[in-house]
Design a protein around this ligand. Structure first.
Ligand code: FE2
Ligand code: FE2
Length: 276
């Protein structure tokens, strides 16, 4: 997998502080933490797929790209907030949250399940960076999010193709219901400690860590970027990952419910974040 862009290709000199909102900075600091942790996730994936050299090579390149997303977002956050100590924040985050790098089997119970969960994550990230790209006026952040969104869509296709390969080989029994269960479980984990810790550490929150509070603070802001079109595309991709017909009634219903949740959770900041 060829890296499509580098940090040197970003037009950092075009950064415009007058077009930066404090609410956007909070979201970007959070995303920078999670993305920069990609190297650990790459190691975990290589352990889980240790007898699949082809996939291990793909996962290693993927992790490099995810880490680059983190470095780009972190560098932008340092421009937007010169008091932001990216390295110290990231160290705080990894103290709070660690990926099980030593696991030799997927926490999803199977390798198809692991690939399905990765597809769900890439669905979330591709929609997130598309929504931010469309919402912000600051030119450097717009460029970074455009690049990252393109990577995340490509990552989805990559994990999806490997999931189909495993599903076709029938070496691991994996029912339609199991695939749906894994996809929904991974979706619900968006509210677990990973993002909450990233918000807390990335934004140097001084109060004691509270997962619910951190998730609420992050969700209120991040969902404010979304328009319905971003959710429609995410719903379509989620349905593909979950093994549902993307144009079927279940997928359409799910997309509607998803939009209602995102609309509701993002209602406070949407007027100032989401632009046409
Ligand atoms: Fe990423
Ligand atoms: Fe990705």
């Amino acid at each position: 997998m060829q890296r499509a862009w580098t940090l040197d290709e970003i037009d950092w000199q075009h950064f415009d502080a007058s077009k930066v909102s404090p609410e956007v900075i909070k979201v970007i600091k959070t995303a920078a933490m999670v993305e920069r942790n990609g190297a650990d996730y790459g190691r975990y994936l290589c352990n889980v797929f240790q007898d699949d050299a082809e996939f291990c090579a793909v996962a290693t390149s993927w992790a490099v790209e995810e880490e680059q997303h983190g470095m780009a977002l972190g560098r932008w956050a340092q421009l937007a907030d010169p008091t932001f100590d990216f390295d110290a924040s990231f160290a705080r985050f990894t103290d709070m949250y660690r990926i099980p790098v030593d696991a030799t089997a997927s926490v999803r119970g199977s390798r198809i399940g692991e690939l399905c969960a990765r597809c769900v994550v890439e669905t979330g990230t591709s929609s997130l960076y598309s929504a931010i790209r469309d919402a912000v006026d600051e030119p450097v952040l717009k460029q970074i999010c455009k690049n990252i969104a393109a990577d995340e869509f490509r990552h989805f296709k990559l994990f999806f193709s490997h999931m189909e390969r495993y599903a076709g080989s029938a070496t691991e029994p994996f029912s339609k219901w199991e695939r749906l269960r894994v996809a929904i479980t991974r979706f619900k984990e968006a509210d677990d400690d990973e993002i909450a810790s990233a918000y807390h550490a990335g934004n140097a929150v001084t109060e004691p860590y509270d997962r619910a509070v951190a998730n609420s603070n992050y969700g209120q802001r991040v969902f404010g970027f979304y328009h319905q079109r971003h959710v429609r595309r995410a719903g379509y991709m989620f349905a593909q990952a979950a093994g549902l017909a993307p144009e079927g009634w279940a997928s359409k219903l799910l997309t509607k419910v998803l939009w209602l949740i995102i609309w509701f959770r993002g209602r406070k900041f949407r007027p100032q974040l989401a632009r046409a």
